[in-house]
Structure formats: C-alpha cells, structure tokens
Design a protein around this ligand. Sequence first.
Ligand SMILES: NC(=O)c1ccc[n+]([C@@H]2O[C@H](COP(=O)([O-])OP(=O)(O)OC[C@H]3O[C@@H](n4cnc5c(N)ncnc54)[C@H](OP(=O)(O)O)[C@@H]3O)[C@@H](O)[C@H]2O)c1
Length: 336
Amino acid sequence: MTYSAVPDRYETLPYRRTGSSGLVLPAVSFGLWQKFGTDYAYETQREIILHAFDLGISHFDNADRYGPPHRAAQETFGRVLTTDLAPYRDELILSTKAGNPIGPSPYLTGGSRKSILTSLDHSLRDLGTDYVDIFYHHSPDVQTPLEESVGALVSAVQQGKALYVGISNYLPDRAHAAAELLREAGVPLLIHQTRYSIYDRRPEQNGLLETADQDGFGVIVYSPLAQGLLTDKYLDAIPDGARAQNSTFLSPEVIDDTYRRRTTELNKLAESRGQSLAQLALQWVLRRGEVTSALIGASSTAQLDHNLQALTFPPLTDEELALIDEHGVHGTGLKL
Ligand SMILES: NC(=O)c1ccc[n+]([C@@H]2O[C@H](COP(=O)([O-])OP(=O)(O)OC[C@H]3O[C@@H](n4cnc5c(N)ncnc54)[C@H](OP(=O)(O)O)[C@@H]3O)[C@@H](O)[C@H]2O)c1
C-alpha cells in the first residue's frame, strides 16, 4: 500500500539541539542494529520504520555492520527509502558508521582512510542515497593515527557524501583530540554516540558528558534500555522472541537474582510514578542536558508507542534520582 506520512508527525516529540551545532534531533531516535537483517520479516521491519517516522522520529541510525548478515539492515532501510520514504528524504537524518569489522579483509575494519571511505561508498549504495546526514567512525582504532581516521571523515564531507561527522565509543581524551582536529579542519565534530543507561554510568563517570559540553558536540546515547533489561519483560522469565533469547549481544546468563532484585526495585519506583520502567529509563538518560537524543531499538510498533510516552511524565525528583542510584547499580546485567 502506498505510504503517506501522518500530517501531525511533528507535534508531539520534542527536538533538541546537537551540541553547539545548528542541527536539532528528535529526543528519541531509532536504530536498526537488531531485528532488521534478513532473519526477520521485511513487512514488520517496514511497518516499524514507517511508524517511527509517523511519530516524529526523523533520525534513523545504521552501520555497515548491522544485520545479519552485515550490511543487511542498511539494505532493509534502503528498500523502505526507495518504496516509501523517498519523498521525505529531506526530512530524514540518516546516519551510518564505519570501522567495526564486517569481514576478514584488513580493509573491512578499523580506522584507516581506506577502510572508512570504502565502507561509506558501500553504505551509500546499500541505503540508496547520495549522502548520509551523519557519518561516524564506529570505534577507536589505536593502531591508526587519529589524524588519518579524522582526515577520512573530513574527506567524506568534502566529497559531499556526508553532511556532518561523528565518533562512537571514543574515550573522552581521544574524543577531545578528535574534536580539536576536526575543528582545525573546518568540519566540527557534531556528535558522539555512546552507551549510557541506568545500568551503564560510564559517560558520567569518565567525564565524557563534560567533554561534550566543553567541546560543543552533542551526545546520542545507545541502548538506553540496556537492550530491554531496563523494562519489566525479564522480571519473571525470558519471553519468547525477546533479545535475551535470540541475540548473541544479550546473554540470558545476565538475568540472575541480582539483576532481578535491582530491576524489581526500579520497576516499583516507575509504578509509583504511574509509568513503566522503560519510560523511566528513557526519562533518566534525557534528564542530562548534554544528551541530545536517546537512540532506541524496538521489535514492534507497540514498543515504540509505549516508549515515546516517556516524554509526557513529570521530571524525576532528587529523591527519585537517589533511589535510582541506589538500585540502578552500574554494571548490572552488562558485560563491561
Ligand atoms: N555505536 C555503537 O557501538 C552501538 C552499539 C549498540 C547499539 N547502537 C545503536 O543504538 C540503537 C539502539 O540500541 P538497542 O537496541 O540496544 O537499544 P535499547 O532501546 O536499549 O533496546 C531495544 C530493545 O529493547 C526491547 N524493548 C524496547 N522497548 C521495550 C518495551 N517497551 N518493553 C519491552 N521490551 C522493549 C526490544 O527488544 P526485544 O523486543 O527484541 O527483546 C528492543 O529491540 C541500535 O539500533 C544502534 O543504532 C550503537
């Protein structure tokens, strides 16, 4: 059926400025890391992507690595772009990333100019677009001079293949050094993509959020629901089809008694606020002004609807934040 976006799609979801740039992003963005490869039904994937856009989520995050197999999630998005979203391309912020391994070749991994720019060309073909809005180096590569990786990002912009550049998973010192190099090259660092949630406190512990503030780049936080651990879904058992059952990135072993005890307490707190734990967890990451957007995944349109309601609740009080600190212990359920 021909898709037509709902007219009031910009009326509810707030947009937030990305660092000191001119670009605003939706407070919640959508990523295609899991369940957008060839192992799931295309019609469901399409429905979720289009529903996200109808809810005001204009930013879709991808990477050459996402699948399975690698690159398949970009092909899925490219198919939806061609059939449904092409008329809205100007309203979309598409991102992709290069540098995490996607094959045995030394040119399909790392931070060399060869790897980064080759990956970008493949991604543009997969996505079926001439440019991406944000192009990231996916992970730091200490074997490659930072100048080389950063230089490749600058070239992507100069070649018209990316509008903005980002980095992901860089520690604060390296992020600061990258920001300086990019500033000197006239291509300011737009954004840093990092994991952050009630169960992963590293960005606030290692100073990344302060570095972002000082250097003027935005922060988009991935896995704000700790891949689903910060919902009520695993409190009793692992439901059929859940990520802990079918993904190599979330082991069922992390769902132990300690996890259940802490998550039960957080769930009680959420209930006392009249919301779900997923909604509380999203509100929690967005309480920080340095955070531009919470980058979520979803395996159904119902999850999207539910999660976006997070933005309708009153802010967390100091007392509630203290309770979250007590039960939301860093490292719970995560391989750090
Ligand atoms: N830069 C990087 O290195 C990096 C690394 C990881 C991710 N990312 C990006 O971040 C994006 C989001 O990561 P993520 O998927 O881990 O984020 P997440 O939002 O923490 O987890 C999403 C998953 O939680 C479950 N879920 C969501 N809402 C739920 C609800 N209301 N009730 C119950 N379960 C719910 C769903 O899994 P199930 O229903 O399948 O159980 C969903 O796929 C990725 O797609 C990718 O774009 C980047």
